[in-house]
Write a protein that binds this ligand. Structure first.
Ligand code: GLU
Length: 282
């Protein structure tokens, strides 16, 4: 089987050394296996993504010495694929509309006096999970905005136990419930990170998902979505995250570490590759 990897940035700012490390990690994994490397633009967030960042990130990656297949898949061009996946999930009865605002969720958590926490904070308390069908229909008919959430317990009931394999950390038992009933279609966008990334990896035939370990827990949920939707199951390799001199994860705000500023400061691509790949992990 040919190894297919991808680097999937969101065009919300300029790439920094951490992105360079991640892109090189996937690119090398494909090269070493005699496989294929893809670049995918994850631009489903209309408020934060900008075409100029997409143009700049391609320029930065090419400057670094990477190449990738074309055409490049841009998620905003494929909303129909995510809609079709959502409809299939709806047909399985594992999706429900959620009318809660952030404020409603915070109030419900405060009222309950306790809230189970996941890796990203308090879990959705399930307020809308058991709304009667007639209430849902009335609210939707009245034009109330809503997101679509996955009923994780019900979904797990359909798939049974699942496992996934990380090339660094070994076999994992899938525990998607640690993320709670995640949003699969947002109020402002008819999809979500989880749904589009899983659908794209399947459509593009990605066999090895390489990405930072900040997304390790998301994989539990992606494995569940794959099982529900009958998608092929890739391997994963979650890599360590580069940190700045204060030991914090590099972020788009670390301007001095962007590939652009390093290039403007006279660094060569080989030097920047060495900086990214010779970094120690936080
Ligand atoms: N678009 C995601 C990000 O920029 C990465 C998605 C992935 O690799 O699964 O963090």
């Amino acid at each position: 089987m040919t190894t297919v990897t991808r680097f999937a940035p969101s065009p919300t700012g300029h790439l920094h050394l951490g992105h360079a490390y991640s892109a090189l990690f996937g690119w090398r994994a494909a090269r070493e296996a005699g496989g294929r490397f893809l670049l995918r633009i994850e631009d489903i967030d209309p408020g934060r993504c900008r075409p100029e960042f997409e143009r700049d990130l391609m320029e930065d990656l090419a400057w670094l010495g990477l190449d990738w297949e074309t055409p490049v898949r841009r998620q905003s061009d494929h909303l129909g694929d995510y809609r079709a996946a959502l409809e299939r999930l709806q047909g399985m009865g594992v999706i429900y509309p959620c009318f809660c605002t952030r404020k409603d969720i915070a109030a419900e958590i405060a009222r309950a006096g306790h809230a189970p926490h996941g890796p990203d904070g308090p879990l959705y308390p399930g307020t809308c999970r058991h709304l009667p069908e007639s209430d849902r229909a009335a609210r939707i008919a009245s034009g109330a905005p809503y997101a679509l959430r996955l009923d994780v317990a019900r979904a797990k009931g359909l798939t049974g136990p699942l496992r996934w394999h990380d090339q660094g950390k070994g076999w994992q038992e899938a525990t998607p419930e640690i993320l709670g009933d995640v949003v699969l279609a947002r109020k402002d966008t008819p999809t979500s990170y989880h749904l589009s990334v899983t659908t794209d990896d399947h459509i593009q035939g990605v066999t090895l998902v390489t990405r930072g370990e900040d997304l390790f827990f998301a994989t539990h949920l992606h494995r569940l979505l794959q099982a529900l939707l009958g998608y092929a199951v890739p391997e994963w390799h979650h890599h360590g995250l580069l940190t700045n001199e204060r030991g914090e994860r590099l972020a788009k705000r670390d301007k001095a570490q962007t590939l652009r500023s390093l290039r403007d400061a006279g660094r060569t691509p080989a030097e920047v590759r060495a900086l990214a790949e010779g970094h120690t992990f936080g």
